[in-house]
Design a protein around this ligand. Structure first.
Ligand code: AMP
Ligand code: MG
Length: 417
């Protein structure tokens, strides 16, 4: 790597002081290229996609004043001293708009349009009905229980901005505007491969000396949570030529390439060298634990990430760094997960040089206060720690923690969607 290509301040790759995630992430996000193509999809197929155009309402929601209650609609000024009104109409949700006969009340149901001439609705629980007359047992404020035309969304409002990721509620809002289709960025194509001569495939017998390839499955699942189009390039041997060939294929097909393993400093780590032959490594190593030997670069112009082989490190680097990068490539504006706070149910006596992301479980205690405990085995190979945990406790570089202190925690619910 040459100094001019490096996106990181001062010799990030060789200096003993590694760049922290607070420097690495913004620098990477600047490099993230949003997919160019836009497509219009039915709203039933748009969950998880990113809006390519802001959505402006051409209608009012609700479209007319309507009743918020099952009850009686009337004109507040018509209310006689004895509180009794004749009931002459019955208006259900979905009925065309009507006019209230003067000096009467209309039986009305939730969602029904308010008849012209009425200005107040009283809930049926506050009424006595006697034949075709109704008596109000509680005072009614003028204008009560009416949902006003356009009070939710006014015509002309920019309801959703370009770059919004479509959750069920955004789809609901688009539907309520009457739109059946929506313009979104095309799905990001991400090629995934694992590297390692020691890897056997699940479903096959395990030869001596081998372990099963778990990272590819984890990575594919993580990509599916982001609604990426996954190109599964399988598992490849620790071999420079072969790695190079597969990377070339990946670069032709994908917007982003992710490989696992082979990015450390061992003699059998060929990935960096293979990338450098047809592109460049722009960043290598981040001051986080687990996950230090993360590599970022490009292969024939296609963005490349090499995540560490250790399964927890692969998962953590994806969640912390690749996830926001990929979201940005998808066009998403907001890529930062929310952080929770909880009280430590553990001591962390030894300050570390790198920021640690410890597998953690949060749960409320009897007082409803959230406490966080740590999985006993924090090895970056202990994959089962991730199934026990519901988040990652963030332990800042240089920090020690005493039981009862507040700790930041990244909940998995924020990272896995
Ligand atoms: P590496 O980064 O290739 O040196 O691998 C570091 C550790 O992670 C080694 O113990 C590997 O066996 C293990 N590892 C690498 N790739 C995978 C994978 N796809 N699934 C599970 N473990 C892996
Ligand atoms: Mg390896």
């Amino acid at each position: 790597m040459t100094g001019k290509e490096c996106i990181m301040p001062a010799d990030c790759c060789d200096a003993p002081a590694l760049s922290g995630i607070d420097q690495v992430l913004p620098a990477l996000l600047i490099q993230a290229r949003v997919v160019g193509e836009v497509e219009t999809v039915p709203i039933t197929a748009a969950l998880g996609r990113v809006l390519a155009e802001s959505v402006t309402s051409s209608v009012s929601v609700p479209p007319a004043d309507n009743s918020a209650m099952d009850g009686y609609a009337f004109a507040h000024d018509d209310l006689p001293g004895d509180g009794w009104l004749p009931v002459r109409q019955r208006i259900c949700a979905g009925d065309p708009v009507t006019t209230l006969a003067q000096g009467t009340a209309a039986r009305i149901f939730t969602g029904a349009w308010i008849p012209a001439g009425a200005d107040t609705v009283i809930a049926q629980e506050q009424c006595d009905r006697n034949g075709d007359r109704v008596h109000f047992t509680a005072p009614a404020r003028c204008g009560a229980n009416i949902r006003r035309r356009g009070e939710d969304i006014a015509s002309g409002d920019v309801v959703l901005k370009r770059g919004a990721r479509l959750r069920p509620q955004e789809l609901g809002v688009i539907a309520t505007l009457g739109l059946g289709r929506v313009a979104v960025y095309r799905r990001l194509r991400v090629a995934v491969l694992s590297t390692g001569d020691e890897l056997a495939q699940p479903g096959e017998p395990l030869p001596e000396g081998k372990i099963y390839d778990s990272n590819r499955m984890t990575l594919i699942g993580l990509l599916q949570t982001l609604d990426c189009e996954v190109i599964d390039l399988g598992c490849i041997r620790d071999d420079l030529e072969h790695t190079g060939e597969v990377l070339r294929t990946a670069a032709r097909q994908a917007d982003v390439i992710i490989s696992s393993g082979g990015v450390s400093v061992g003699e059998e780590d060929y990935v960096k060298a293979a990338v450098q032959r047809q592109g460049e490594i722009i960043l290598w190593r981040v001051a986080i634990k687990p996950g230090k030997p993360l590599a970022y670069g490009q292969v024939a112009g296609t963005a490349f990430f090499g995540v560490p082989g250790n399964p927890v490190a692969a998962f953590v680097t994806f969640c912390l760094i690749l996830r926001p990068f990929l979201l940005r490539c998808q066009g998403a504006e907001n890529v930062a997960p929310l952080v929770m706070h909880a009280l430590a149910d553990f001591d962390w006596p030894k300050a570390g040089k790198r920021r640690e992301y410890a597998r953690a479980r949060m749960a409320p205690d009897e007082q409803g206060e959230y406490r966080v405990s740590l999985y006993p085995n924090q090895s970056s190979g202990a994959l089962s720690s991730l199934t026990w945990a519901n988040g990652l406790a963030i332990i800042a570089e240089g920090r020690t923690i005493r039981r009862g202190e507040r700790v930041d925690v990244l909940p998995f619910s924020e990272l896995l969607s």
